[in-house]
Structure formats: structure tokens, C-alpha cells
Design a protein around this ligand. Structure first.
Ligand code: SF4
Ligand code: MG
Length: 338
């Protein structure tokens, strides 16, 4: 297709001491320029593995990546690491949950922002320092001309996250992959970082993949949502479609865990019961069936024997054996935030 980023039938396997893990199992999606795709799922759902495969940061000795990852038509699967590493410094960039591992304690914040800039543009030290100050200004660091010479430990957690964003954006990447970038922050700082990402995206037109376990975090920032469970996409639609009419029991669980969507603030959070499945021995059929409260409504034990295909339901895609009419009536009668 002509999408900016096009992922087709992505399959990622890796070898562990206990056997082969199918971490991503036939994932497909498109991302357009300037758009934000949220990938939501619990730990072990394959969302981080997907992101590492796009960036080419998986361990090639233990990991097999199959399928297509096309960035502006350029195939990233199987690309030589030297080329991928060039792309990571220019077209693609990433930010993570833990800024302390992304930033080295031994170098100033300014040096860590300016170094990838010099490497990519050939700018000299003075120009790169100017660029670092400009980036710190853009991400809202006060007194950037002084703070540029600080070390990461002299920054607060929220400021370090801003510095990591400055470092990621210094070469104007077209794709930013953000993996739980606000999870370690308190709610106020989290909201500030989300605002910042949204503003920067409007300025630069960068496409963003935002990975999170919490649908509520991306409710205001993602255009589209892909819900992952046990290595597969189980629901995909616009943020609006998922928030106002999720068509999957797992999506319903994610929705009812968002406190602010409920008008009654005293309603307790309802986390999804049960634990995420082992990818070494994934459940048969629909991988969600051991935790699903609605499987009894599907005839012939189909939930435990047959993998449900992604199919249209209420205008978007859902992989669940319930009929579209069942999904719609369950959503309207039991799930919809009132
Ligand atoms: Fe639940 Fe069955 Fe739908 Fe899976 S296919 S989500 S087990 S109803
Ligand atoms: Mg993760």
C-alpha cells in the first residue's frame, strides 16, 4: 500500500530456555503520516516485541522476524543492521518508560542530545550545542542555556523524560515509537508529557506509535487503536470507535478499567480477571477464552477450539466468535459508560 508505515502478517518467534515463543502471530496494520496509533495490551501481549522488530532492536541470534515492515515502501525485515542503525538515528526514533537507561549518567544532557545530531548532520560542536538548547527549549525545559550542561541525575523524572524526547526528536524523525513513556510518572507529569507529544506532533507531522497497557492514557492522543492479546490483534479501530463501541470482551475489560470514563467517580476499577496467558503454551482457540465471561454465549465450545478471525463489527475489526448483534447488544446493555 501507500501508507507511511505498513506492517503485513508480522510473525516474531524467539527461542527461550523453555522452548519457542510465538510472541507476535500475524499482525497487520497501517500508519499514516502525522497520525498516532495506540497499541494496547498487557505485558506479554507482543506490543513491545512488535516495536523492537520495527526498530530492528531484537536479538537476531534468538529471534526470527517474518512478514513485511514497509517504511515508505522500504522493507525493514531482513535489512542489514548497519542500515537499520542509520534509520534509527534519522527516520525512526524511540522513547521508553525508563529515561535513566536511555540517558547515560556520565555525559551531560546537552552532549547526549547533540551527539546524534552531529553524527547525522555533520554539524560542528557549536552548532550541535545550539541545537541541543533549541531542543531543550522545545520540550519545555526551563533555563535551557544552563540546563544543557547538567547531568541526567540533576533533572527530575519528568524533566528527564522531556530530555529523552528532545534526544529522540533532534534529527526530525518521521516515526516516533513511544513504549510506555509516561508509566513511571505521576498523573500530573504524565498529562504534561502527553500534551507535549501532541504539540510536537502538530509542529512536526511525526507519526507516532504509542505502546501502553492503559487505554485511558492514549484516549486523547491516539487516532487509531490496535488491541493486542497473546501476540494477535484482537480489535482495531479508531479511538472513537473503541471508546464508544468496543466490540470485543477484552476491549470491554480495558474500557471498564478507565476511571474517568465512568460518570460515577466512586465506581471501583474493574481489572480484567485472570492472568495473561503463557506464550510458551498459549490457550487453544481464542487465547482469551480462559478469562472470558461471554464464551458461554458462543455455541459448540468454539471459543476453546477455533481461533476467531478479525472481522468487521460495528464499523471496525474485532476477533471474537460472538455475532455482531450479540456484541452490539452486550456493549449497549452492560458495558457502555453511563
Ligand atoms: Fe470470548 Fe469467545 Fe469472543 Fe474469545 S471468541 S472473546 S472467548 S466470546
Ligand atoms: Mg513492554
Amino acid at each position: 500500500g501507500d501508507a507511511f508505515l505498513s506492517v503485513r502478517d508480522l510473525r516474531v518467534k524467539f527461542a527461550t530456555e523453555d522452548g519457542l515463543v510465538q510472541a507476535v502471530n500475524g499482525l497487520s496494520f497501517d500508519l499514516e503520516r502525522g497520525q498516532t496509533l495506540g497499541i494496547v495490551g498487557e505485558s506479554g501481549s507482543g506490543k513491545s516485541v512488535t516495536n523492537m522488530s520495527i526498530l530492528g532492536l531484537h536479538n537476531p541470534r534468538t529471534t526470527t522476524v517474518e512478514g513485511e515492515i514497509l517504511l515508505e515502501g522500504q522493507q525493514l525485515v531482513g535489512m542489514h543492521d548497519r542500515e537499520l542503525s542509520k534509520l534509527r538515528g534519522s527516520k525512526m526514533a524511540m522513547i521508553f518508560q525508563d529515561s535513566l537507561t536511555a540517558l547515560s549518567p556520565y555525559y551531560t544532557v546537552g552532549r547526549q542530545i547533540s551527539e546524534p545530531y552531529m553524527k547525522h548532520t555533520g554539524a560542528n560542536k557549536r552548532e550541535a550545542r545550539e541545537r541541543a538548547i533549541e531542543m531543550l527549549t522545545r520540550v519545555g525545559i526551563p533555563q535551557p542555556k544552563t540546563r544543557v550542561d547538567d547531568y541526567p541525575h540533576q533533572f527530575s523524572g519528568g524533566m528527564r523524560q522531556r530530555a529523552m524526547i528532545a534526544m529522540a526528536l533532534v534529527n526530525d524523525p518521521q516515526l516516533l515509537i513511544a513504549d510506555e513513556p509516561t508509566t513511571a510518572l505521576d498523573v500530573t507529569v504524565q498529562a504534561q508529557i502527553l500534551d507535549l507529544l501532541r504539540d510536537l506532533q502538530q509542529e512536526t507531522g511525526t507519526s507516532i506509535i504509542f505502546i501502553t497497557h492503559d487505554l485511558g492514557v492514549i484516549a486523547d492522543i491516539a487516532d487509531e487503536v490496535l488491541v493486542m492479546y497473546a501476540g494477535r490483534c484482537v480489535e482495531r479501530g479508531t479511538m472513537e470507535q473503541i471508546l464508544t463501541g468496543s466490540q470485543h470482551p477484552y476491549g470491554w475489560g480495558l474500557l471498564s478499567s478507565i476511571p474517568h470514563l465512568s460518570s460515577d467517580v466512586d465506581v471501583p476499577l474493574s481489572p480484567i480477571p485472570g492472568t495473561p496467558p503463557s506464550l510458551l503454551r498459549p490457550p487453544t482457540g481464542c487465547a482469551f477464552h480462559p478469562r472470558c465471561a461471554f464464551r458461554g454465549q458462543v455455541p459448540d465450545d468454539r471459543c476453546s477450539t477455533t481461533v476467531p478471525p478479525l472481522a468487521e463489527a460495528n464499523g471496525h475489526l474485532s476477533a471474537c466468535h460472538l455475532t455482531p448483534a450479540q456484541k452490539q447488544s452486550i456493549f449497549t446493555e452492560q458495558i457502555q459508560p453511563r
